[in-house]
Design a protein around this ligand. Structure first.
Ligand code: SF4
Length: 297
């Protein structure tokens, strides 16, 4: 008897998984893919808009949330206080990324379990490109799931991604004008300039993140823990002086990056550089800055 197979593809709101979904439709139209987006409740408005645009091209996208076993689908809810309590009142951080488990992996696991119980084998399509190093920080769940990487198989690289979006009538998600990644509004993988841009673009979301950071949440012994770094609570962005410093440091980084590119004669488009789509490179970090591909790919 033929195996029952369910093909699933997770959309993060980032450009690579979105391009992969469109590319699958173009190159493997015979595969019946179910698309899903795990909505943490703290997504940027720009991400939600982009997912809606994708849905117009792809068809139905399951919105998964972490609420409960009996309530798997639907828009995510803002439930950070409860999550904090359930996780020992420790702020999530790069060292303890409980948020990715609770907000991204648990909802996926609950959803996919329904298929597994029904006797399906799962094939999950992942947007890792041919020009990327072997991933670290790739969180998975302990389930019989086969990961498939069509971009790797077909030699698709970074410069192909925008083309795939464009030929399907899509621009890059609007948050790329001021932020390098999709994911939660309070995500601690943001660089200082991105926190500053969050404050400018979505002051209410910035204030919310500030409250999370300030709350009873900080159980770290000794020096208080802050997302922007030691001794640097988000509150410092109330100071014009601090904002100026962050802007100036960022501009220096961008200039340094441009100089390096000019020196290497990589001049193409460097003067109107898309800063936030290249932010990791500008700051000499590996793509993703260590963040999990589940959140931003
Ligand atoms: S986007 Fe950031 S804050 Fe949200 S789940 Fe992922 S790592 Fe955590």
């Amino acid at each position: 008897m033929k195996d029952k197979v369910k093909h699933v593809l997770g959309l993060s709101g980032g450009k690579d998984s979105s391009a992969l979904a469109l590319y699958m439709k173009e190159t493997r139209p015979d595969i019946d893919v179910e698309y899903f987006f795990t909505d943490t409740g703290y997504e940027l408005p720009e991400t939600n808009e982009f997912i809606d645009q994708l849905e117009e091209r792809l068809g139905y996208i399951h919105r998964l949330n972490g609420r409960s076993m009996n309530d798997i689908e639907g828009r995510g809810e803002k439930d950070f206080a409860k999550l904090l309590k359930d996780n020992g009142n420790y702020l999530p951080s790069q060292r303890d990324r409980w948020c990715t488990i609770q907000l991204k992996l648990v909802p996926f696991e609950r959803w996919v379990d329904l298929f597994i119980k029904d006797g399906y084998k799962i094939k999950s399509y992942v947007g890792i490109r041919a020009d990327e190093p072997q991933r670290t920080g790739y969180m998975t769940i302990d389930k019989p799931i086969e990961s498939i990487m069509p971009f790797r198989e077909d030699g698709i690289v970074k410069s192909d991604i925008e083309n795939i979006l464009q030929r399907n009538g899509l621009e890059l998600p609007a948050y790329y004008k001021w932020r390098s990644r999709s994911g939660c509004s309070f995500c601690f993988y943001q660089k200082k300039i991105e926190w500053l841009k969050l404050q400018e673009n979505h002051p209410e979301l910035f204030e919310e993140a500030k409250k999370f950071e300030k709350g009873e949440s900080n159980n770290v012994k000794g020096e208080r823990f802050y997302w922007m770094g030691q001794g640097q609570p988000l509150e410092i962005l109330e100071s014009e002086e601090a904002k100026k410093r962050i802007r100036e440091n960022h501009e220096k980084q961008v200039e340094r990056f441009k100089r390096k590119k000019r020196r290497n004669a990589l001049l193409d488009g460097i003067e109107d550089l898309d800063e936030f789509a290249n932010l990791d490179e500008i700051y000499d970090e590996v793509e993703g800055g260590g963040a999990c591909i589940t959140c931003y790919k």
